[in-house]
Design a binder for this molecule. Structure first.
Ligand code: IMP
Ligand code: MG
Length: 180
């Protein structure tokens, strides 16, 4: 499985173009802001955040947070919690949460609630990819790509902690492993 090449869903070139477009849109939207605080969600958003931050031509600071899912069977199953908080105080800042993927919507909805409570000057979110059919209603401001409901890897996204460093966004298809 380690040598299996995931099928290309979004190419490196398409990602590069889209990240540049997103950066241009974000720059326009934040034209009046003194500075943006990009808050990346570890670990899946690390490559997306690195590329987006370098495309942006406006003053920006970078910080990271990390989350953990609650165990199945616990009182909070399906929920998430912050296991590493931001080091920069977000109060009064223009905060842009940068996340790898919007699936059920639970992660982003938790993050928006958590950071809104700290009174940022503004709070928006940006996700690299969005799958269809969120279970939790959540507003997202910037979306890189809308994709089908498949497990995607690469460009920061993992499958059992593999494939994160892949340059493109791909789909792992276990059946194809037996083909050759
Ligand atoms: P949520 O369901 O919107 O809360 O997303 C939960 C988290 O699951 C995301 O932040 C990702 O880390 C992970 N995730 C969901 N779908 C995928 C996928 O297709 N590939 C890799 N990670 C995923
Ligand atoms: Mg994630």
């Amino acid at each position: 499985m380690g040598t299996m090449q995931p099928r290309v869903l979004v190419s490196e070139e398409d990602i590069r173009e889209r990240v540049a477009e997103l950066a241009a849109t974000i720059e326009r939207d934040y034209a009046g802001a003194d500075e943006i605080l990009l808050l990346g969600v570890l670990r899946g958003a690390f490559i997306f955040l690195a590329d987006l931050a370098r495309e942006l031509k406006v003053p920006r600071r970078i910080d990271f947070i990390a989350l953990s899912s609650y165990e199945n069977g616990s009182d909070f199953a399906g929920g998430v919690r912050l296991i590493m908080d931001s080091r920069i105080n977000v109060t009064g800042k223009h905060v842009l949460i940068v996340e790898d993927i919007l699936d059920s919507g639970r992660t982003l909805s938790y993050l928006l609630e958590t950071f809104e409570a700290r009174h940022p000057a503004s709070l928006k979110s940006c996700v690299l990819v969005r799958k269809p059919g969120q279970e939790v209603q959540v507003e997202v401001d910037y979306v890189g790509f809308d994709i089908p409901d498949e497990w995607v890897v690469g460009y920061g996204l993992d499958y059992g902690d593999h494939y994160r460093a892949l340059a493109y966004i791909g789909v792992v298809e276990p059946e194809s492993a037996d083909d050759g």
